[in-house]
Design a protein. Structure first.
Length: 50
């Protein structure tokens, strides 16, 4: 979660947006039974953030 948080803060999104994005990432991870995404992992997740 920390790489996602760092990327959001680098883009200077609001605190509320940060909380929402982190919540969605957490839901995605739980939905996928806590398995890492295939491939390079972190980079894939960060590309989803607009």
């Amino acid at each position: 979660m920390q790489p996602v948080r760092t990327e959001i803060r680098a883009k200077q999104y609001s605190y509320r947006t940060e909380k929402t994005y982190l919540s969605r990432v957490r839901q995605f991870i739980l939905f996928n039974d806590k398995r890492a995404p295939r491939g390079d992992g972190q980079t894939r997740g960060l590309r989803v953030i607009p």
